[in-house]
Each structure stands twice: as structure tokens, then as C-alpha cells.
Design a protein around this ligand. Structure first.
Ligand SMILES: Cc1cc2nc3c(=O)[nH]c(=O)nc-3n(C[C@H](O)[C@H](O)[C@H](O)COP(=O)(O)OP(=O)(O)OC[C@H]3O[C@@H](n4cnc5c(N)ncnc54)[C@H](O)[C@@H]3O)c2cc1C
Length: 533
């Protein structure tokens, strides 16, 4: 007979930044908490995504924890945009510095959990056979942690090596002298392509949808800049809290419409931000995300940059996107478009030349045989819901999450799900995480969850559960906000559009400060929209 489940106050799933901070916070609150992590190390995203060129696209001084002043003072980032090895070192540093490792069970994957109404606890089980009885279940398993492995018929025919950017081997992959194919041109591909192009003998990029990318202008972190931020780190973090994405206060958005200035002024203003690099381009004007006509001016600015960079005019045009800029996640690049000027790189547009099948040597697209030694799938993620929907999670009355989310991921405040009491989802659908510096979102979520648990304890309450009405109102709100923007004007992973058969529902909420305020108001009103018992 299997041993009885081990009791814990908080079972945390995932040891990325969210799981690490949740464990630290729970322990500080005197709770008995355990993290279970499928991988054999901490770091989550930065553990798994080891593809060449992987790096953060929000400046390192911002993409880092703020909860501990000594940590943010002591840690030194070497680059403006840290690369994956450095981000992984940082996650390991946090785990060691706060002595978290003994609270993490590695190589342990949650399979499912049932809410036991009589005991008012979650009964969770892992692939290791272990079971836990937890008062609270915190899903810190990541918004982008289920790689999208497209069902390419016949892929198995290919005799060469197949790699997915999100499950990259831990040992270095050497493409020297090899012919490489990359399928996909999203964020991971945009980072990987210049690095692979510089190494491989030949690189063929298969593009389904062209991508907007803005330059990172990455480089060593300027010592003076670092010292300036560190002198007033708390104020810097505070200023970022007021930004729509929880970052970017050094270059706040301009408050002027793109349609209110002359063409020459507009060009100069876009150019200023292009020269700084990063996401700030989208803040050049106040209406780029809400007014399609304004947005189109930014699109054309970037298209002209592509045309000026890529020497072959036909290739340049194929690289020019037609959807609104920002509607799909904007990419931050280091030499992406320029890679297509290399004699060893060619672009295949899958809209014109769809993949017809795979052969032992490669693939056939548009009637042309392409031969490779290695094929890289840069095909993204089943974002925001993929990881939870793989699990067998059952709430009140044995209701399966798959049934509750059949038409899309219903949630309240992006943190809870009606009928799934005491279960918290970090950085998931309904939250602003996808549009933010995600570490900012993680800290906000974990703090809210910890405060909520403290409130329940202080008031002798066992459970918190969102009402279906609050959930329905909240999901409607997320969609109302999205409808005021350009985000519904393209097929993005925000909408679930990258996964065949996934219900189309706009998942993230736009506007971090208003979201934080709403979450705080709900708490201040004694958790309005929830049933506490
Ligand atoms: C390539 C890439 C680049 C990114 N760049 C940025 C960026 O520049 N800026 C930004 O703000 N955000 C970025 N993100 C988003 C990024 O995911 C977040 O910033 C952040 O790392 C998420 O942390 P997390 O702890 O919530 O989840 P993750 O880091 O995804 O960690 C989740 C963990 O849960 C584990 N897990 C999943 N399922 C189970 C299970 N059933 N049982 C046990 N363990 C499980 C996983 O193994 C993983 O370790 C990027 C994401 C990717 C994929």
C-alpha cells in the first residue's frame, strides 16, 4: 500500500523564479512549504531554453528580483541584456543565498491533484509515486513552459538531428560545417538565427509569419549606469511599477499621438528610440497600441529598417511583416535581419512554399528539396495554459480543469479559478504577465498570494474560492480591455492562435498598474468576488 500523503501547508509546482520566491516567502511566513520541480535544477525558463543566443529582452537591471535590497545591490550583471548562462547563474545564486535547495524536490513532476472537500486540502501526486496533502497549491509552473512541438507529418523520416529551442541539450551543440534548417521566426528563432548563421556552413530559415524585431544594442553593462541605478534601486523599481509593463521607466512613453506630428518629426522620434534599442520603440507615441493608423506608421518605420538592412530586395520584402507591430510579441534582436545578407543563409517563405513533407535528408517545401544535417524547431510554446492542461487537476465535485477551461481559461484576477479553492496560478492567463517584465509580475503575484494566506490564517478561515460570477465578469473585463487595443488584430499566442484546436480567447490583461490596483482593492474589500470559508 502506498504511504499516506505527506502533509504540507503549501505545495509549489516549479522552481523557476516564481517557485523560488514563493518558497522563500512562505518560509518567512512560517509555513511548511515544498517545491516540486520536474527538472534537475532551478531556473525554469533559463534552465530549459539553452539555445544559442538565448537572452533576456528586458534590461538585466530590471529583469531581476527586487524583494531583497542586499541581493539587488550585490548581484552584478555583466551585460545590458543578460544571456541565458548568466540568468541561470542568477537563479542558482538566489537558491543558495536564501538556502532554498532543501525545500525543493528535483526530478519530480506533478501529475495531478484532487481537491478533497471533506479535508479542504489538495491531494497531489507526482510521477515519482510521492503524494502530498496540501492546504494550498501554488502553480508556479510557468507561462511559457510547454514547448509547442508541431505535428509535422513525417518528421520522423528525417535522419538528421532534431532540436527544439526550448529543450536544448545541456552540452554545447556545434554546427560548424553543418547544414542547418530553422523552422519558425519568433523570439527564440530571432535570437538563435544570427548565432547559428555565423557557425553553420549553410542555414535555411523557414518563415510562416514575418517578425518585427528591434535592436538590443547589447553590450557590457555600463559601470556608471549600474552605480546610478543601485544608488536608488528602490526608487527605480517604484518608477517601473507605474509603467504599463512594469518596466521601462528610464524611457517612459511619450504622451503624444503619432498622428499629431509631421512625418519628419515622427521619423526622428522613432529613430531616437531605435537608436536606444529595446521595447521603448512602442512607447514613441501614446497611441501605437490602441490606434491601427498610428500603429501602421510604426510598422512602416520598421519595414523601412528591414529594407535598408537586407540587401536582396525580394528577401527584404518577405521579411517585412504585415500585421500590426506589438500585436505579436515584439522581438529584440542582435543582427537578425542582417543575417540574411550572409551568403550561407537563405529564407523560405512557408506561405508561398508550404512544407510538403520530410525526407531522410531534410524537407520538401514548395516543390524544393532542402537538405540538412540538423533541424531546429523554434516553434514556441503552448502558452499560458499548456502546462496546466497537461495535468489531471480536479476541483470541487471532481470537476476537471480541462472541462472548466473547455472554451478558454476562465479565471479570476489571473490568480485563481472558480471551483478550485486554495489553488493559485502564477503569471497565468488573466494576469498582465505576458505584457510585463515577468519578474515584476511574479513578485506581485507571490506577495498577493502570501498576503491572502496570512489573511485566511488571521481570520481562522480554511478556504478561498472565486465565485463563478466574479470569474465571468473578470474574463469579460480582460477581453474588453483587449478590444480597445490592436491585440485582437492578428493571430498570436496571446489568443491561443499558434496551437491548432486551442480555444481562441485573449488570455493576458493589458495594463500592469491598473491590474495591481484591482488586485489590491479586492484584498482590501475582504477578498471581494471570493467565498471565504
Ligand atoms: C526563451 C524565453 C525568453 C524569455 N524572455 C523573457 C524576457 O526577456 N523578459 C520577461 O519578462 N520574460 C521572459 N520570458 C518569460 C519567462 O518565462 C519568465 O520571465 C519567467 O522566467 C517565468 O518564471 P516562472 O518561474 O513563472 O516559470 P518557468 O521559469 O517557466 O518555471 C516553471 C518551472 O516549472 C516546472 N514545471 C512545469 N510543469 C511541472 C510539473 N508538472 N511538475 C513539476 N515541475 C513542473 C518547469 O520544469 C520549470 O522549471 C521568456 C521566456 C522564454 C521561454
Amino acid at each position: 500500500m502506498s504511504p499516506s500523503p505527506q502533509p504540507v501547508d503549501v505545495l509549489i509546482v516549479g522552481a523557476g523564479f516564481a517557485g523560488l520566491y514563493m518558497l522563500h516567502k512562505a518560509r518567512r511566513q512560517g509555513l511548511n512549504a515544498l517545491v516540486i520541480e520536474a527538472a534537475d535544477g532551478v531556473g525554469g525558463t533559463w534552465y530549459h531554453n539553452r539555445y544559442p543566443g538565448a537572452r533576456v529582452d528586458i534590461q538585466s537591471m530590471e529583469y531581476s528580483f527586487s524583494f531583497d535590497e542586499a541581493l539587488q545591490q550585490d548581484w552584478h550583471w555583466t551585460e545590458r541584456f543578460a544571456d541565458q548562462p548568466e540568468l541561470l547563474r542568477y537563479a542558482n545564486h538566489v537558491a543558495d543565498r536564501f538556502a532554498l535547495r532543501d525545500g525543493i524536490r528535483f526530478n519530480t513532476r506533478l501529475n495531478g491533484a484532487d481537491f478533497d472537500e471533506a479535508a479542504q486540502r489538495w491531494l497531489a501526486r507526482a510521477d515519482s509515486g510521492e503524494r502530498w496533502s496540501a492546504r494550498f497549491l501554488v502553480m508556479a509552473c510557468g507561462p511559457l513552459s510547454s514547448p509547442n512541438q508541431p505535428d509535422f507529418p513525417g518528421l520522423d523520416n528525417f535522419a538528421g538531428r532534431v532540436l527544439h529551442t526550448a529543450r536544448w541539450p545541456h552540452e554545447a551543440v556545434d554546427f560548424s560545417g553543418q547544414r542547418v534548417g530553422v523552422i519558425g521566426t519568433g523570439s527564440s528563432a530571432v535570437q538563435a538565427i544570427p548565432v547559428i548563421a555565423a557557425q553553420a556552413a549553410q542555414l535555411t530559415v523557414f518563415q510562416r509569419t514575418a517578425t518585427y524585431a528591434v535592436p538590443a544594442h547589447n553590450g557590457p553593462l555600463d559601470a556608471e549606469f549600474e552605480a546610478g541605478i543601485k544608488a536608488e534601486y528602490a526608487a527605480f523599481r517604484e518608477a517601473n511599477q507605474r509603467m504599463m509593463g512594469g518596466f521601462g521607466s528610464l524611457q517612459p512613453p511619450n504622451r503624444i499621438s503619432a498622428l499629431a506630428v509631421s512625418a519628419a518629426e515622427r521619423e526622428a522620434m522613432f529613430e531616437d528610440r531605435w537608436q536606444v534599442g529595446g521595447f521603448g520603440l512602442l512607447g514613441t507615441f501614446s497611441d501605437l497600441i490602441v490606434n491601427p493608423a498610428a500603429n501602421e506608421l510604426a510598422c512602416e518605420f520598421v519595414r523601412n529598417k528591414i529594407r535598408a538592412t537586407v540587401t536582396d530586395a525580394a528577401t527584404a520584402e518577405r521579411l517585412c511583416p504585415s500585421h500590426p507591430i506589438g500585436c505579436k510579441r515584439l522581438c529584440v534582436d542582435t543582427g537578425y535581419y542582417a543575417s540574411f545578407n550572409r551568403p550561407n543563409v537563405q529564407l523560405v517563405d512557408l506561405q508561398q512554399s508550404p512544407i510538403e513533407g520530410f525526407t531522410p535528408q531534410g524537407l520538401v517545401a514548395g516543390g524544393v528539396d532542402h537538405h540538412f544535417d540538423a533541424l531546429v524547431l523554434a516553434t514556441g510554446f503552448d502558452a499560458m495554459t499548456g502546462t496546466l492542461l497537461k495535468l489531471d487537476l480536479r476541483g470541487r465535485g471532481g470537476r476537471r480543469l480541462q472541462d472548466h477551461w473547455r472554451a478558454g481559461p476562465l479565471n479570476y484576477l489571473g490568480l485563481t479559478i472558480a471551483g478550485f479553492p486554495n489553488l493559485f496560478n502564477v503569471a497565468g492567463p488573466g494576469s498582465t504577465s505576458a505584457f510585463t517584465n515577468v519578474i515584476v509580475s511574479i513578485e506581485h503575484h507571490i506577495d498577493w498570494i502570501a498576503d491572502c494566506i496570512a489573511y485566511l490564517d488571521a481570520n481562522g478561515l480554511a478556504t478561498i474560492d472565486a465565485t463563478p460570477e466574479a470569474e465571468a465578469d473578470y474574463v469579460a473585463h480582460v477581453n474588453t480591455v483587449a478590444a480597445r487595443t490592436i491585440y485582437l488584430n492578428c493571430n498570436s499566442w496571446y489568443l491561443g492562435a499558434n496551437i491548432p484546436g486551442k480555444p481562441r480567447m485573449f488570455m493576458p490583461l493589458f495594463g500592469y498598474p491598473a491590474y495591481v490596483q484591482r488586485c489590491a482593492e479586492v484584498a482590501a474589500q475582504g477578498y471581494a468576488g471570493f467565498v471565504l470559508a
